[in-house]
Design a protein around this ligand. Structure first.
Ligand SMILES: [Zn+2]
Length: 81
């Protein structure tokens, strides 16, 4: 079983993200440490909307930057430099 974390988005103590995170970026570790499975699921749905709305090409690295930016805004994670 996944250990519980206190989610920085919803404030609840819930299981951490168990599903695979499709980011090879700092966001992956951050989300794993701070975001619960439920909020991550909400982002997964939002991500589909963002990809469709912006007509993103997932073969383009710039698309992944845009998705990460949207993920940070949606999940309330600070921009890291
Ligand atoms: Zn949460």
């Amino acid at each position: 079983m996944a250990p519980d974390i206190t989610c920085s988005r919803c404030g609840e103590t819930r299981p951490e993200i168990a599903s695979r995170i499709p980011f090879g970026s700092p966001l992956k570790e951050e989300a794993q440490a701070k975001i619960c499975e439920q909020c991550w699921g909400e982002w997964q749905q939002e991500q589909v909307r963002v990809i469709n709305e912006l007509a993103l090409n997932l073969g383009d690295p710039r698309s992944h930057d845009l998705i990460e930016l949207n993920a940070r805004q949606f999940l309330g994670l600070e921009e890291s430099e």
